[in-house]
Design a protein around this ligand. Structure first.
Ligand code: EZ4
Ligand code: CO
Length: 415
């Protein structure tokens, strides 16, 4: 009853992923995901540095190992540390559930729902391509879509699929090819203009609402691009279009009080947290009801152990989950999101994107998507994902930093 091996893999089947594989002395294998987009070699190195600490420890004592890695690090928190701790934590939960012969959510209190409401990424460079993209998801049964739209006069806009193929939103071509980081040594530079954005997007939501009616759940990601006051004005302006949420309307990671400004002016629901990685950053946001949805990924936030605590705290404030689930989280990490989603009472919605076929050759998943809901295989013990080491070795790491952003005059801005 001890951890015998902790191995780290970096693989790039379309984009880079960091996999931790823990093996017990009786041969049970658990998987964790430490992918941190653009910084994959850093978390891989962190995991290699703590791997020796794990050997010989009782794999059952997940909370103690978590505290050992968190308090024991001395240099607490931060994305690299928390993503690395998460990989260990998720791998240990995977092992515990496999030993019990149950899906992981069973150990977290059991299933609280039949399936997980998910949303997909629709986008367009113009109205025909946006409607094509939305129609593609509706044809597949999705009930919720995130809508992003290209800004006139701006060469590329966050969240808008870049290739002609991805414009259609149908079949294979629905793959959102903007996110797979553009592989280069140095970041791509993009341009941002809030004035253009704030005048373009309300019209887009109006048109989408008019075309698709009231039932479509409509989400949008502002990606930290507005000042607190701009965000307040924008969120107020789009109220008539009844968004499910407005994500990252302002970089409140810098100061949670930014959201107070927004809250004072609007009832548009607010989601934040994909760059937040610990409870300390959530305390004020939750206690003061400054948000409606917690947006962190399990993999970036210390794993299931830590995220479950954050969601329990959020529960007492009427705040729900909307875990980050882009393709820069591996299927292992996405499975960790799904397992926690199944168990918590305050589940809201789950983000999903289409993985490349190569990714699905490396990671064998067992979840299915039907009628806008993800279903987990109740017969599959643990996370429900297997890792093919040989297949992974075919795809060596390639540098792929995230883009950076500048205003029209060249000033650096949040991406
Ligand atoms: O920019 O995952 O809501 N989703 C997002 C993502 C993030 C990337 C960063 O790694 O904002 O597209
Ligand atoms: Co986002």
């Amino acid at each position: 009853m001890a951890i015998a091996k902790a191995e780290v893999f970096v693989t790039s089947p379309g984009r880079n992923f960091v996999v931790l594989r823990i093996t017990t002395d009786d041969g049970i294998v658990g998987l964790g995901d430490a992918t941190l987009n653009g910084k994959e070699l850093v978390t891989a190195e962190y995991l290699k540095s703590i791997a020796p600490f794990l050997i010989g420890k009782n794999e059952d004592n997940i909370e103690d190992i978590w505290q050992y890695l968190y308090k024991g690090a001395y240099w607490r928190r931060g994305p690299v540390t928390m993503a690395s701790i998460s990989a260990v934590d998720v791998a240990l939960w995977d092992i515990k559930a496999k030993k019990a012969g149950v899906p992981l959510y069973d150990l977290l209190g059991g299933a609280s729902r039949r399936g997980l409401l998910v949303y997909a990424h629709a986008s367009g460079v113009d109205y025909p391509s946006l409607y094509d993209s939305i129609d593609g998801y509706l044809d597949k049964g999705f009930k919720a879509v995130r809508v992003q739209f290209a800004l006139p006069g701006i060469p590329s806009t966050y969240g808008v699929a870049a290739s002609a193929n991805a414009k259609t939103g149908k079949g294979e071509s629905s793959r959102y090819d903007f996110e797979p980081a553009r592989r280069s040594q140095v970041p791509v530079e993009e341009v941002w203009d809030a004035q253009t954005y704030m005048t373009t997007l309300p019209k887009v939501f109006e048109n989408v609402r008019n075309k698709y009616g009231d039932q479509l759940l409509l989400l949008h990601d502002a990606h930290h691009r507005m000042s607190p006051n701009q965000a307040a004005a924008f969120a107020k302006r789009i109220e008539p279009y009844n968004l499910f949420w407005l994500e990252d309307c302002t970089p409140a990671e810098e100061n949670p009080n930014y959201l107070r400004v927004v809250r004072e002016h609007t009832t548009t629901p607010l989601a934040i947290g994909e760059t937040i990685n610990s409870y300390t950053d959530y305390l004020q946001l939750i206690r003061e009801n400054l948000i409606d949805y917690v947006r962190s990924a399990v993999t970036h936030t210390g794993g299931i152990t830590h995220m479950k605590k954050i969601m329990s705290y959020a529960e007492f404030y009427g705040i729900k989950s909307g875990f980050h689930g882009p393709t820069d989280i591996s299927p292992v990490g996405q499975a960790a999101n799904f397992q926690l989603d199944m168990a918590i009472p305050n589940f809201g919605i789950q983000e999903v994107m289409q993985y490349t076929p190569q990714t699905l050759d490396v990671f064998h998943t067992s979840f299915t998507l039907e009628d806008g809901y993800v279903h987990l295989d109740a017969k599959k013990p643990g996370l429900g994902v297997d890792f093919d080491e040989k297949e992974a070795a075919k795809y060596p790491y390639q540098p792929a930093p995230l883009p950076v952003d500048r205003l029209l005059d060249g000033t650096m801005h949040e991406w």
